[in-house]
Design a protein around this ligand. Structure first.
Ligand code: NAD
Ligand code: UGA
Length: 464
């Protein structure tokens, strides 16, 4: 099969950057990114590259060079499917909120919907690539849907999970530790895998392209995220112990990380991991383990999420106890994104901390350099509504929020300052100057080791 055009269904945090890099490295290939969200497509096509829906360092430069040359963003999903030989699926796979597996299993509605669409419109052979993170054995389900709706066309299913991290997506895509491609052990299955290899080969050294069976590929993605999250929960559990014993979590991380068998990455204690994937992927793993009757395995991984929830709760408890009666006190939240260098706030610890403080009557001043103001308000509104507050009550609580455009404006009149995201500008901020200029003596809660703690009195530095 000659590959002239590929498409990707899902123009989100994965689909957008991944396809941009493929288009950039494969100028002979037409790459079409489609989405049912018309506003998102409009933003991807917006004239100003500062209005792209995803902020990633280096992304806009790539889009500038490729957009409307061999990279296209469109809402014409059927047309893209018909004209493409390879179809990537990078749709969101959130945790189910109802039905069998509620609260744990991945919701595959979007994947099934796309598969159905492909089956209904495809007239020629297609390679379907699982780019979304999926439960092991999803390829079987995709195959079932395809044969239910189209028995005439030949479809090959390949698993090619994405390992990029937000904020470093472009760097990760260019210098991938590995590209994983899982396929069926048949002649046509192997050809399909090789077709995907031929794309990545353009810029990824072949020894970094790992071919496996399809189930290993699907499961390796969940396992990989679980292992990363487990390291964060492990170090966060030690942060609690440090606070009781006088040990310092930064010194512990360094000491542990210098063991070459352990390594230094992912040992930074924090308020807790956020992001759209760690929690949902571990919950999915827990569901799968239980499904196969592996209850001890399920419990082991569930504890990684429990320690994360505990860490956020522990940090918020500290804020409440230090600020005493928090009602009507002004606290500043620095950072809304779940990590630096992204405009993504999904599952950000800030959301959970803010909810609890608002419920206790606090006034919040919030600042983030990248997350739009209306997104911050929507996040808070959603979490309050989810926890069964009435709409009128939510509107009242929202009045206690002010959102600012600079750190110094945010911090004026603060009784407490809460650092949740590790943005560089929080590290670079002249804290000494600010503290000497303010008449209030705000207490600082540093959840990210941003401030040189020995210099200041009124500070709680997590893990110290
Ligand atoms: P996202 O929400 O940013 O993007 C998904 C997009 O899919 C949305 O724009 C949505 O409108 C679109 N979509 C959903 N159903 C559709 C349909 N039926 N037809 C057309 N468009 C549809 O999600 P994301 O962060 O890009 O994640 C996508 C997948 O990749 C998830 O499975 C996630 O676990 C996985 N993943 C994410 C990351 C990450 O850093 N965000 C990294 C690796 C893997
Ligand atoms: C994570 C993985 O790193 C990616 O490999 C994976 O592809 C992706 O999930 C996914 O499947 O979605 P991401 O969530 O974008 O990427 O970002 P990370 O850098 O992993 O950070 C996740 C959270 O953990 C952030 O809140 C971060 O601040 C926190 N973290 C990270 C720590 O608290 N300590 C650390 O040492 C590292």
């Amino acid at each position: 099969m000659k590959i002239r055009q590929i498409c990707c269904i899902g123009a989100g945090f994965v689909g957008g950057p991944t396809m941009s890099v493929i288009a950039h490295e494969c100028p002979g290939l037409k790459v079409v990114v489609v989405d049912s969200d018309l506003d998102k497509i409009k933003s991807w096509n917006s004239k100003s590259l500062d209005n792209l829906p995803v902020y990633e360092p280096g992304l806009k430069e790539i889009i500038k060079r490729t957009r409307n040359k061999n990279l296209f963003f469109s809402d014409k999903i059927e047309e893209a499917i018909i004209n493409s030989q390879i179809i990537f699926m990078a749709v969101n796979t959130p945790t189910k909120t109802s039905g069998e597996g509620k609260g744990f299993a991945a919701d595959l509605t979007n994947v099934v919907e796309c598969t159905k669409k492909i089956a209904l419109v495809a007239k020629s052979s297609k390679i379907i690539v699982e780019k979304s993170t999926l439960p092991v054995k999803t390829a079987e389900k995709i195959k079932e849907v395809l044969t239910d709706y189209n028995k005439e066309t030949n479809f090959e299913i390949v698993s090619n999970p994405e390992f990029l991290a937000e904020g470093t997506a472009i760097e990760n895509l260019y210098k991938s530790d590995r590209v994983l491609i899982g396929g069926e052990n048949t002649i046509s299955g192997k050809k399909a895998v090789d077709a995907i290899v031929s794309i990545y080969k353009k810029w990824i050294p072949e020894n970094k392209i790992l071919k496996t069976n399809i189930w290993s590929s699907e499961l390796a993605k969940l396992a990989s995220n679980a292992m990363l999250a487990q390291r964060i929960s492990s170090i966060n559990s030690f942060s609690a112990l440090c606070e009781k014993t006088g040990a310092s979590i930064q010194e512990i991380s360094k000491a542990i990380g210098m063991d070459s068998r352990i390594g230094p990455e992912f040992l930074e204690a924090s308020v807790g991991f956020g992001g759209s994937c760690f929690k949902k992927d571990i919950l999915n793993l827990v569901y799968l383990a239980r499904f196969y009757g592996l209850y001890e395995v399920a419990d082991y991984w569930l504890n990684v999420v429990k320690i994360n929830d505990y860490q956020i709760q522990r940090f918020t408890d500290k804020i409440e106890s230090k600020l005493k009666n928090i009602h009507n006190k002004t606290t500043s939240i620095l950072g809304w994104a779940f990590k630096k260098q992204t405009n993504d706030s999904r599952e950000s610890p800030s959301i959970y901390i803010s909810k609890r403080l608002l419920e206790k009557g606090a006034k919040l001043n919030i600042y983030d350099p990248m997350v739009p103001h209306n997104k911050i308000i929507r996040d808070i509104e959603n979490i309050l509504l989810e926890s069964e507050h009435k709409k009128s009550q939510v509107n009242k609580l929202l009045k206690n929020i002010s959102i600012f455009n600079s750190i110094s404006d945010t911090l004026m009149e603060s009784d407490g300052i809460i650092i949740v995201t590790n943005w560089d500008e929080f590290i670079d901020f002249d804290w000494a100057k600010f503290l000497s200029s303010t008449s209030k003596k705000p207490f600082i809660f540093d959840g990210r080791d941003v401030i040189v703690r020995d210099v200041f009195d009124n500070i709680y530095s997590l893990g110290n």
